[in-house]
Design a binder for this molecule. Structure first.
Ligand SMILES: Cc1ncc(COP(=O)(O)O)c(C=O)c1O
Length: 481
């Protein structure tokens, strides 16, 4: 976790706006603003208007009168540690009710609102984003989570026939989404440091027009990449950004593990993304969700994410959000997000409390990572069949199985038979059209990895890695030998 984070919030740099509208898909261009919203805007700031305009159900007909959230207190030095102690640990209660005096009135939370999300929640998320990221000239839009936000970005940017770029191993539930709209992928070679900039450059510079127009979108997970656990160094980010500028490439950053960066990483670290990252990002769909994603995972529906698009994409984002997903957006996933409400509001964490929570959370994951690595060193490494390094961020360890071409799925099945499930690398191999697969350098030669997480319990890690060590031993040294 960056130690500089708690220094005073960075001032927000302004940049010269760049016209990015040529990146928009036909679908995004065709989307029209809702004329009723324009009329609704006219009434803003005029509280005494009598409205017969909208068909909004009156809140007295909602079948819910009150929702109470019991939220961790952030007064303690280690709030996550205290919270883990369970019932009786310090907490605060945030109430949503139809009473006008409460902090989160249900009549606002459950009513129609605009596509960017409940204005107060949007304000909180913006405040947090500004606190951590020196992002120039941006707005935040609430979504239902990273997958949701990114799926919408892909639709804003992708045409059928387009090819997007991503790490050659990427989080498949995200990379699968644009396939249905006729967008394909080209994977960029990676190493332990993540995407290799020279490989990105090579792919763009040698793009065969027979494959369609040159890619204009690069999807990246900069910290604790899923599945490989790699984190892009500042030098790589800078190099990728320069390539992106040269080839008019938009970078879509998916950064759920920003707050799970561990202090022991070598060399200069891009922990507080500088202006270079901010300018680099077409959209950073996580600033606040990344913080609370791991902590709020237990309450799955209570999710919201923030996307920060630059101009001129910003107006399209809420519009896409509203058009595509209006109903789920109104289930108000953002009410608990208001726990980290900025100082001045009643009862919440405040940004500094939020910061304390995510630091404490990072320390907890760091501890779990240590448990995982110790169990790995004890149970798996001595066999010599697999190795793994400590990830600098995130919650995944990319375990290399030491064999070039081996029946990986058979190993996976052996793990299953032994009572362990891990994710084989093949699940994350970016799905390329076989016609364009590199014959001399097939990804099949690099799928000798499995992804394992340290997000679970210590017991699961100890048991799971003992099984892995045993299965590997039996797999490579069958009993009869
Ligand atoms: C890189 C990455 N993107 C997106 C997601 C999904 O995020 P969400 O649950 O907010 O949709 C995950 C979750 O594991 C992830 O690792």
């Amino acid at each position: 976790m960056p130690s500089a984070i708690l220094s005073s919030p960075p001032s927000i740099a302004m940049s010269t706006p760049v016209d990015l509208s040529h990146h928009l898909s036909t679908e995004a261009r065709r989307r029209k603003p809702n004329p009723m919203k324009a009329i609704w805007k006219l009434t803003r700031g005029r509280p005494n208007m009598v409205s017969l305009a909208n068909g909004d159900p009156h809140y007295s007909l909602y079948p819910i009168r009150k929702i109470e959230y019991e939220v961790a207190s952030v007064k303690e030095e280690d709030p996550v540690g205290s919270w883990r102690q369970g019932l009786g640990s310090p907490s605060l209660t945030i109430t949503s009710s139809t009473s006008k005096s409460c902090v989160v009135p249900l009549q606002a939370g459950l009513a129609y609102t605009h596509g960017a999300g409940l204005p107060e929640a949007q304000r909180v998320v913006t405040e947090i984003t500004n606190f951590y990221h020196n992002a120039p000239d941006h707005v935040c839009t609430l979504t239902l989570g990273n997958s949701d936000g990114i799926a919408k970005i892909f639709r804003l940017l992708g045409e059928p026939g387009d090819t997007f770029l991503a790490d050659e191993f990427a989080f498949s539930s995200v990379t699968n989404t644009p396939l249905a709209h006729g967008v394909s992928w080209a994977g960029i070679r990676m190493d332990e440091g993540g995407l290799i900039p020279s490989e990105l450059e090579r792919v763009l510079a040698t793009w065969d027009p027979a494959r369609g127009r040159r890619p204009h979108v690069l999807y990246l997970v900069p910290c604790g990449q899923n599945p490989t656990g790699s984190t892009l160094s500042l030098a790589r980010r800078t190099a990728i950004y320069a390539i992106a500028q040269r080839f008019d490439l938009l970078i879509v950053e998916d950064d759920p593990y920003y707050f799970l960066q561990y202090d022991d990483a070598p060399g200069p670290r891009p922990t507080r993304p500088s202006a270079s990252r901010a300018r680099c990002s077409a959209w950073t769909p996580t600033a606040a969700s990344s913080a609370s994603t791991p902590s709020l995972r237990s309450s799955r529906p209570a999710r919201a994410s923030a996307g920060s698009p630059p101009r001129p994409l910003r107006r399209r984002a809420p519009r896409a959000h509203r058009r595509l997903h209006d109903a789920p957006a109104r289930l108000r996933p953002d009410a608990p997000r208001r726990a980290p409400r900025p100082p001045g509001d009643r009862g919440g964490w405040g940004v500094r409390g939020f910061d304390r929570w995510v630091r404490s959370l990072g320390a907890e994951y760091r501890r779990r990572r240590a448990v995982f690595l110790a169990a790995f060193a004890r149970e798996v490494a001595p066999g010599g069949w697999a190795s793994a390094g400590p990830p600098e961020a995130g919650m995944f360890v990319w375990i290399r199985v030491h064999v070039a071409r081996h029946p990986r799925f058979e190993l996976f099945e052996r793990c299953l038979d032994g009572g362990l499930v891990v994710m084989p690398a093949s699940v994350f191999a970016v799905p390329e059209d076989p016609k364009w697969d590199s014959v001399e350098d097939p990804i099949e030669d690099r799928v000798n990895y499995v992804r394992a997480t340290f997000a679970g319990t210590e017991e699961a890690m100890e048991q799971g890695l003992a099984i892995l060590g045993r299965v590997l031993q039996e797999f490579f040294v069958p009993e009869e030998q």
